[in-house]
Design a protein around this ligand. Structure first.
Ligand SMILES: NC(=O)C1=CN([C@@H]2O[C@H](COP(=O)(O)OP(=O)(O)OC[C@H]3O[C@@H](n4cnc5c(N)ncnc54)[C@H](OP(=O)(O)O)[C@@H]3O)[C@@H](O)[C@H]2O)C=CC1
Ligand SMILES: O=C(O)CCC(=O)C(=O)O
Length: 418
């Protein structure tokens, strides 16, 4: 398993873990047992492409630990997917679920592919073939996938259908983030972005920042676009935004609705007339109240951390800040970080509600979903702030400590030691 350490994202997740394990003074035996992924499945499978040719794809599903319940986490369709990246994301899911008190271990899955270059038919073929390979590994009491980068409600519907056809009856609880018509939860699609926006507002109150909020968002997919919408709706000014096609900056504010219409029509942000084009890295360093990375891991590096000019760093993405950048931010002390495992936990929290609704075949109103989401997020934020204040550590160390401690306690209570 040491080979995983050559992956930069897995190595980053391990560095974070090692630092916190040392801080918590976890016994070495416990450290070893909870650090490494418990189960990993690697699959290679064929998909018939539209030109009639067969193309082979590699996919993964990693279940990090099963001490607290079935495992939970998204499925990523992206050209950069590796076993190491998926293992890191599964580890972060473990600490996230434990931090917010969900009865799940962490998991993540992914297929190395570029969904932007595939037709709907090819994507359906890929999803169904990948799910077929996962069937012995997933299930409502085993491991429950959900959307992540490059996947959405439609992909979850195909996964649910493939699994259900195999067992011979409908199993809505095998995935979350499904369309509402087949057992999805109201509010799941918006949950991650709304959760980020809710926590940003709490941080603004705490820091007593006044005046219209100036925000910059990296990534304009599910998380970034919903979060920007929520904040703009409440008076924030979107001064910068980026996607894979480019970065836009307008200190006077970007018209959110025009931008969404443009992205829907063209599939890109680049070329939008209401802002100047800017280098994506440069955009992260522009002056703003809130910077929201909502794309990929390891985008805020040491060099960028020194140049950040935001008051709040709200990590919508998983693992956007490297440990080296964290050390700089800890010294700077002028940026309040809402760490990823707290900041983007709204998605998995509402996935948990969806799973509960599916198990009971009893569905909640949108207001019930969001009230329950806000209650859990407020409680988790308060715990992180209290721990950070009492132990004089960063909010990142506080959040990771609370999550890791809970998993360690569960493993020890269940009797891991021979
Ligand atoms: N979906 C969810 O419920 C949850 C997601 N997350 C995390 O949030 C992050 C985003 O996920 P999600 O919104 O679902 O994914 P999406 O696939 O919906 O969106 C990803 C966005 O990031 C953009 N992007 C990718 N690379 C870059 C880059 N280098 N610079 C700028 N933009 C980039 C994409 O651009 P383009 O549009 O051009 O493709 C796209 O707009 C991930 O880290 C994910 O793990 C965390 C918790 C839950
Ligand atoms: O909703 C879920 O189950 C998982 C969401 C996810 O992948 C994440 O929080 O990173």
């Amino acid at each position: 398993m040491d080979f995983l350490l050559s992956d930069p994202t897995f190595s980053m997740a391990c560095k974070q873990f090692d630092r916190v394990a040392q801080f918590l003074d976890l016994p070495e035996k416990t450290q070893k047992i909870i650090k490494w992924p418990q189960r990993s499945l690697s699959v290679t499978f064929p998909v018939k492409m539209d030109d009639g040719k067969i193309k082979m794809f590699s996919g993964y599903r990693v279940q990090h630990h099963l001490a607290l319940g079935p495992t939970k986490g998204g499925i990523r369709f992206d050209p950069d997917v590796t076993l190491g990246e998926i293992s890191a994301l599964a580890m972060w899911m473990s600490w996230k679920c434990a931090l917010v008190g969900l009865p799940f271990g962490g998991a993540k899955g992914g297929v190395c592919c570029n969904p932007m270059e595939m037709s709907k038919k090819e994507l359906e073929g890929l999803t169904r073939r990948y799910t077929q390979e996962l069937i012995p590994f997933i299930g409502p009491q085993k491991d429950i996938p959900a959307p992540d980068i490059g996947t959405n409600e439609q992909i979850m519907a195909w996964m649910m259908d493939t699994y259900s056809m195999q067992v011979g009856y409908p199993v809505p609880g095998v995935v979350t983030g499904k369309p509402v018509t087949i057992g999805g939860s109201l509010g799941r699609r918006e949950a991650t972005g709304r959760g980020v926006a809710f926590l940003v507002k709490k941080a603004i109150e705490f820091l007593k920042i006044s005046g219209p909020l100036r925000i910059i968002v990296q990534g304009f997919g599910n998380v970034g676009s919903v979060c920007a919408y929520q904040l703009v709706k409440e008076g924030a000014i979107l001064v910068g935004v980026s996607d894979l096609t480019g970065a836009l900056y307008n200190p006077k504010g970007i018209d959110y609705l025009r931008l969404v219409a443009y992205k829907e029509k063209t599939g890109r942000l680049s070329g939008f007339s209401g802002a100047d084009e800017m280098d994506g890295v440069e955009l992260l360093c522009q002056h703003c109240d809130v910077l929201i990375p909502a794309a990929k891991e390891r985008v805020i590096t040491e060099g960028i951390a020194e140049k950040l000019r935001c008051r709040i760093l709200a990590e919508g993405a998983n693992g956007p800040t490297t440990p080296e950048a964290d050390s700089i931010l800890e010294q700077r002390d002028d940026i309040f970080i809402i760490p990823d495992i707290l900041c983007n936990s709204g998605g998995v929290i509402v996935s948990y509600f969806e799973w509960v609704q599916d198990m009971q075949s009893y569905f909640w109103s949108e207001a019930e979903v969001f009230n329950a989401l806000c209650r859990i997020l407020s409680g988790a934020l308060n715990s992180v702030m209290q721990f950070s204040h009492q132990k004089k550590v960063s909010t990142r160390i506080a959040a990771l400590s609370l999550g890791i401690k809970k998993v360690a306690e569960a493993k020890e209570m269940r009797g891991i030691f021979p």
